[in-house]
Design a protein around this ligand. Structure first.
Ligand code: SF4
Length: 444
């Protein structure tokens, strides 16, 4: 089985195994339901999802949903981080309540980054670029984990639903892992569930755009969200194969179950700790489930519960390093930072590994391998908006009509312009943040 671990070595070449081994769903299966999909969706950069159906339904029905993701401030913001930012911003524009977290508690406990550097990197690398890329600070929420008491209280509470062995098994923690690192896992679980607290208008579908290596966090948080629920609502089958709905109290007092029974019409049997609902037409079972879940959630909140939806996630694939290997923050040649000089970045692009042949003649005769080319990846994922143009580059390369030198020059020029514009936008972003009631304190 392929292993995925947020802090371990990640080199997952065979994405199809992810679907089989981990139950991640293919994103392409829902693409045609999205009105104007982001280019990461259209171009297969977002490879999979977990539970995105609820978010999509909310988007279509224009009902509340949230988007959240986090950034660990331990190095420069590079194109990998930009992908997460783009996804948050896209969902915000689609109507989502957007949350961006600076995971300084994680950075401090896992990487040993001093608090002062966490603040500096978090603000000047990540937050400024996020706003420059289009995050709406008036509608969304940006926070540092360490400054967020509500988040830390929630993390503590979530800790009641997970034990040491479980966390150790998921993350491969040994006895020498510091306790703060373990706590930072709970804080990240809390990051993911925070948009559903009543301070943010209560439970709602929420999507977490992340790299596929973050799936263990998502799975754990979904488990915890489910364990924090007072009730479990399930669709079941009778022996005669007729469907019915069962509501089981997991940790609620019986008054709550009675209250649910009072609010639900139709034929039902109420027991001490559960209730079964019958005579629901098979064609109506899904909409009945949604209505019942809503009632159960309302009662749960009235009785002091959280009523969490299981958080959803979209998973994008890994971005190759410019030198062909893994992108690594300790190897500056492997990545482009959004804050580096456009001139230097353009030079890096010109030195990047391509999928071209050894000689021009061979390239013209046999064609190149854009699917293995970091230049093509830059053009496709970051630099060209027009799908037809990207397709043409791919085909020209395959036919040997495109040569790497000119192709690199084009990518270098586009990268130069993108970074120049982005860095101008960063200056505007700083002004926006400095004028903002909540965020101006970070600049003092
Ligand atoms: S022509 Fe462009 S896309 Fe094709 S291999 Fe060379 S650099 Fe890559």
């Amino acid at each position: 089985m392929a292993e995925i671990n947020p802090w371990g070595v990640t080199d997952i070449k065979d994405y199809t195994r992810l679907f089989d081994d981990f139950g991640i769903s293919r994103f392409t299966d829902m693409l045609n339901q999205i009105e104007k999909p982001h280019l990461y969706m259209r171009r297969g950069i977002i490879v999979g999802h977990r539970g995105y159906e609820d978010v999509l339904r909310a988007m279509i029905e224009r009902s509340p949903f949230a988007v959240m993701s986090g950034f660990m401030p331990s190095g420069k913001i590079h194109l990998g981080g930009k992908m997460v930012m783009d996804e948050i911003i896209w969902h915000q524009r689609m109507g989502g309540d957007a949350f961006a977290c600076i995971a300084d508690m994680e950075s401090h406990s896992v990487r040993g980054v001093p608090w002062r550097d966490c603040k500096d990197i978090g603000l000047n690398e990540y937050i400024v670029s996020l706003v420059a890329l289009g995050f709406d600070v008036e509608k969304g929420h940006i926070y540092f984990q360490s400054e967020n008491k509500r988040l830390r209280d929630l993390a503590f509470e979530l800790g009641t639903a997970v034990n040491f062995s479980e966390i150790s098994a998921i993350y491969g923690f040994q006895g020498d892992v510091n306790i703060a690192h373990m706590i930072s896992v709970l804080v990240q679980n809390a990051d993911i569930l925070q948009p559903q607290l009543h301070e943010y208008d209560g439970p709602k579908p929420a999507v977490i755009p992340v790299g596929v290596d973050q799936d263990p966090h998502i799975r754990l948080t979904r488990d915890i969200a489910s364990r924090m629920r007072m009730f479990l609502v399930e669709k079941r089958l009778h022996t005669d194969q007729k469907p019915y709905i069962s509501i089981r109290a997991k940790k609620a007092d019986s008054g709550a179950l009675e209250e649910i029974a009072r609010r639900i019409d139709g034929q039902k049997k109420v027991y001490e700790l559960h209730m079964d609902l019958f005579e629901i037409e098979e064609s109506e079972i899904d909409s009945a489930m949604r209505k019942i879940e809503e009632i159960v959630r309302d009662v749960e909140i009235e009785y002091g519960g959280y009523g969490f939806f299981l958080p959803a996630a979209t998973y994008h694939r890994f971005v190759q390093g410019l030198n062909g290997g893994k992108m690594s923050s300790s190897v500056p040649e492997s990545y482009i930072a959004l804050t580096e000089s456009p001139e230097e970045a353009a030079e890096k692009v010109k030195r990047a590994k391509t999928g071209g042949r050894v000689t021009v003649e061979e390239q013209q005769k046999l064609g190149g391998s854009p699917e293995e080319c970091t230049i093509y990846e830059l053009l496709m994922a970051h630099l060209i908006e027009d799908d037809a143009q990207v397709k043409e580059i791919f085909e020209e390369c395959k036919r040997g009509e495109r040569l790497c030198k000119a192709c690199k020059a084009q990518a270098a020029e586009l990268m130069f312009s993108f970074l120049k514009r982005h860095q101008e936008e960063r200056e505007n972003a700083k002004e926006v943040l400095m004028k903002h009631e909540l965020y101006k304190q970070w600049f003092r």
